[in-house]
Design a protein around this ligand. Structure first.
Ligand code: SF4
Ligand code: SF4
Length: 385
C-alpha cells in the first residue's frame, strides 16, 4: 500500500469526500449492466479509491481489475447527483497505479508495445506497405489542413478504408491537405491507461511535427485522437498553434458552405441509427455535426437510439477495456446493437474507429445481422455526390 504514492488521487480528494454513496451513477454504466458486483460499479470504484487514499484499503487484484474494468465512457459523470467527475477520479487512480507499477499486466504490455513501435498494433511502415494500407495519392507539402490519421486508420484495414474514403472525398472537393509521413500514436491509449509520461512524449513529438508543416488546422477521424489533441495536448505543452477539428465538423462546415452537396439519386432510403462515440460526444460535445451530415444525405433516414447524445450508451471499446476484458467489451457492444435489431433498423453508423471495430467484433461473435458503418465509409459510398 505504502508503495503507491496516490499523488494524483490526492488532487481529486474533494470529489472522493463529496460522494454521497447514492449509486445513481450506476444507472447508465455499461459495466454495471453486465457485472453485478458492487465493487465494479462506479460507486464501488469511488469507495475503493477513497479507502485506498485514506490508507484503509488493500490493493488486491480485484481492486486493480475494478479500476481497469471501465470504458471511461463518462456516463457516470453525466448522472452523478453531486456533479462529481467520476472519470477524473478513475483516471487519477489509474495514474497512481500505473506509476507505482501496479497496473494489470495487460495494461503494461500494451503500453510497452506503444512505446516501442509508436502504435497500438506493433506494426511498422513496411507492414503497411505489405498490407496495402498506405494511401496511393500525393499530398501537398505546405497545405493549411493536416489530416492526422491515428493508429487505427493507419494500421487496421477496416478504419483504413474509411479514412481512404475521406481522403478521396476531400480530393473530390478540391481540398488541399497533407498528412504526417512520420506520425506516431496520438497518446490517447497511454492517457486512458494512466501513463502520462508516454502521453507527453507522443504529444511533444506530434506537435513539433505538425508545427513543422505550418498547418493551421488539424483534422482527424478518430475521436480518441481528437480528444487528446484538442483537450490534453494544451494541458501538456500549452496553447497549440493549430486548431483541432473532427472530420464530421469539417464536413458539416462544407455542407453549410454548399461545398458538399448530396444530390437525390432516387434510391430507396436506408434507415440508420447513429451511435454517439463517448470520446466525441460526452467528452467533446460533438453531437450535431454527424447528424447534420446524415440528415443531408437524401438516401438516409436517421433514427435515434433510445439513449442518445449525452446519454448515449458506450460501445464497450473505450478506456482500454478491449485489452483488459475483451469479452466484456463485446458483451457491452452486443447490448447496444441489440436495440438496432429490436427496432428493425439494418445499419448502425458511428464516427469512431474504436466503436466500429468493437461493434464489428461483437456482431461477428454473436452472429448479429446489423451492419456497422463508419460515417466516412457511408459518405464516401454515397452515389449522389
Ligand atoms: S466511466 Fe462508464 S464504464 Fe466507467 S464507471 Fe463510469 S459509467 Fe461505468
Ligand atoms: S452518483 Fe455521484 S454521489 Fe452518487 S455514488 Fe455516484 S459518484 Fe457518488
Amino acid at each position: 500500500m505504502s508503495e503507491v504514492s496516490f499523488k494524483n488521487l490526492i488532487k481529486v480528494k474533494e470529489s472522493l469526500d463529496t460522494c454521497f454513496k447514492c449509486s445513481l451513477c450506476k444507472g447508465n454504466c455499461p459495466v454495471s449492466e453486465q457485472i453485478f458486483w458492487a465493487t465494479f460499479s462506479p460507486r464501488g470504484k469511488m469507495l475503493i479509491l477513497r479507502s485506498l487514499l485514506r490508507g484503509q484499503g488493500t490493493l488486491t487484484d480485484r481492486v486493480r481489475d475494478s479500476l481497469y474494468t471501465c470504458t471511461l465512457c463518462g456516463n457516470c459523470d453525466n448522472t452523478c447527483i453531486a456533479g462529481i467527475s467520476v472519470t477524473d477520479v478513475l483516471a487519477a487512480g489509474r495514474r497512481d497505479l500505473y506509476e507505482a507499477r501496479k497496473a494489470p499486466e495487460s495494461v503494461n504490455s500494451l503500453i510497452s508495445t506503444i512505446k516501442e513501435s509508436g502504435n497500438v498494433f506493433d506494426l511498422t511502415k513496411e507492414d503497411m506497405d505489405i498490407l496495402g494500407l498506405n494511401p496511393r495519392m500525393k499530398f501537398s507539402e505546405n497545405a493549411d489542413l493536416l489530416f492526422f490519421k491515428g493508429c487505427y486508420a493507419t494500421y487496421h484495414s477496416i478504419p483504413n478504408e474509411s479514412t481512404m474514403r475521406s481522403f478521396n472525398l476531400l480530393k473530390t472537393l478540391n481540398v488541399d491537405f497533407t498528412i504526417l509521413e512520420a506520425e506516431e500514436c496520438c497518446g490517447s491509449p497511454a492517457y486512458l491507461l494512466g501513463d502520462m509520461d508516454t502521453t507527453k512524449r507522443f504529444c511533444e513529438y506530434n506537435v513539433s511535427k505538425i508545427e513543422e508543416t505550418g498547418a493551421s488546422r488539424v483534422v482527424t477521424a478518430c475521436p480518441g485522437c481528437y480528444r487528446v489533441l484538442k483537450q490534453v495536448y494544451p494541458q501538456l505543452v500549452g496553447t497549440l498553434n493549430f486548431e483541432v477539428i473532427h472530420i464530421t465538423e469539417l464536413l458539416a462546415e462544407y455542407i453549410d458552405e454548399d461545398r458538399l452537396v448530396f444530390k437525390k439519386t432516387g434510391n430507396d432510403k436506408l434507415d440508420v441509427l447513429y451511435h454517439d462515440p463517448c470520446e466525441l460526444g460526452r467528452h467533446c460535445g460533438v453531437y450535431d455535426a454527424p447528424r447534420k451530415i446524415l440528415e443531408s444525405i437524401p438516401e438516409i433516414h436517421l433514427e435515434e437510439f433510445d439513449k442518445n447524445r449525452d446519454e448515449a450508451k458506450c460501445c464497450g471499446g473505450g478506456g482500454g477495456l478491449t485489452i483488459s476484458n475483451p469479452n466484456l467489451a463485446n458483451q457491452i457492444a452486443q447490448l447496444r446493437l441489440q436495440e438496432a435489431e429490436e427496432k428493425n433498423i439494418p445499419t448502425v453508423v458511428t464516427a469512431c474507429p474504436a466503436c466500429q471495430l468493437n461493434f464489428s467484433a461483437s456482431k461477428d461473435k454473436y452472429n448479429m445481422k446489423v451492419k456497422i458503418l463508419d460515417i466516412n465509409q457511408l459518405v464516401g459510398s454515397v452515389k449522389g455526390l
